[in-house]
Design a protein around this ligand. Structure first.
Ligand code: AHM
Ligand code: MG
Length: 340
């Protein structure tokens, strides 16, 4: 059977589902092309002199890896000239990126985490790129885009996806018509459709959380995990397995393929202190997981309903299996009600 390339898939989506404006299709192709280049850089490792840290820090005070900066530049350069975008924002930049005046502007906003799971780069574990696409407010035409234009809830996303650079390089994408996976055929340099209309399995007994943060969890999160660790002998009545790669892309991809729950909860001892970023990580992953039949909350309510207050806002993340996410949320609400 003929293989379906990303280009063909997107054109067919445009025709069949009428869900994909031509401009958005070209934008997704450009992002996918940049991810191909990033995949190439990642795989070169020490031979490409791309490993290690720089002296710089990003806006959140995290030391930048060389690849964080290289991937950020690749995404900016690939996307700035096409005429599809009004602006871009990235985890690695202090503020938004305006399209230079020499290029035409378009109607979309692109947000990305150029290299997610940076701590894994130098030890040859999977890392990835996460992206989210919003439509710029109509009022943006004829003026410079501002940070406020980006502050839209996740429900406004028109596309989201991630590339994962692991044993295979994959691109997982949604434009609101299900979730589709493409594998990079390195010999011909093309993204090829390898899984479509993905539905995440429900009822699986696997959780992903960084257990070393237990002292920072809220009582509801601690109760949920303690019960899973207790296993069949405890109130949940089933033995659970645990996996944690410290690359959200890899953990979420596993959950998409074989089920389970992913959690990076907020630190309850410090108000609003969480690790993952709403606009670059939580929203796009929530869109993908919901499209695949799963659920995504901040521990209390749906992530995609959160009205953002800042580009670099952080948020607690609980996503995956619907029943498990509902249980975490119920425990959270119960214990916060007891504390009131
Ligand atoms: P990054 O985007 O700076 O790499 O940070 C996000 C990553 C996620 O991919 C992952 O889930 C988490 O940080 C791991 O954090 P920790 O090292 O605290 O387990
Ligand atoms: Mg990240």
């Amino acid at each position: 059977m003929a293989r379906t390339s990303l280009t063909r898939f997107l054109i067919e989506q445009q025709r069949l589902a009428n869900a994909l404006p031509a401009e958005l299709r070209l934008l997704i192709e450009t992002v996918a092309r940049a991810c191909k280049t990033i995949s190439h850089s990642v795989s070169k490792g020490a031979l490409g002199e791309v490993l290690g840290s720089l002296d710089s820090e990003n806006v959140q005070g995290e030391v930048q890896k060389k690849l964080d900066v290289i991937a950020n530049e690749l995404l900016l350069e690939a996307n700035e000239w096409g005429g599809h975008l009004a602006g871009m924002a990235s985890e690695e930049m202090d503020t938004l990126y305006r399209i230079p005046n020499r290029y035409p502007k378009g109607e979309y906003l692109l947000l990305f985490d150029p290299i997610d799971g940076s701590s894994n780069i130098d030890v040859d574990l999977s890392v990835g790129t996460i992206f989210s696409v919003l439509r710029a407010p109509e009022a943006v035409s004829g003026r410079d885009v501002t940070e406020e234009d980006f502050l839209q809830s996740g429900r406004h996303q028109v596309a989201a996806g991630y590339a994962i650079y692991g044993p295979q390089s994959l691109l997982v994408l949604t434009v609101g018509t299900g979730v589709h996976e493409f594998t990079l055929d390195r010999e011909i340099g093309s993204w090829v459709l390898t899984d479509s209309n993905m539905v995440m399995p429900q009822g699986k007994c696997e959780f992903a959380i960084n257990m070393s943060n237990r002292r920072q969890w809220s009582p509801g999160i601690a109760r949920y995990i303690d019960e899973r660790v207790e296993g069949a002998a405890g109130p949940c009545g089933r033995d659970f397995n645990m996996r944690w790669t410290a690359s959200m892309v890899a953990d979420v991809h596993r959950i998409l393929k074989r089920g389970g729950i992913f959690m990076y909860p907020a630190d309850h001892r410090h108000e609003n202190k969480a690790k993952l970023r709403l606009m670059y990580e939580a929203n796009p992953m929530s869109f993908l997981i919901e499209q695949a039949g799963g659920a995504a909350t901040d521990g209390f309510g749906p992530i995609m309903d959160i009205a953002p207050t800042g580009l670099h806002q952080r948020v607690g993340v609980v996503l995956g299996d619907c029943a498990e996410v509902a249980m975490v949320t119920a425990y959270g609400l119960e214990t916060s009600a007891q504390q009131d």
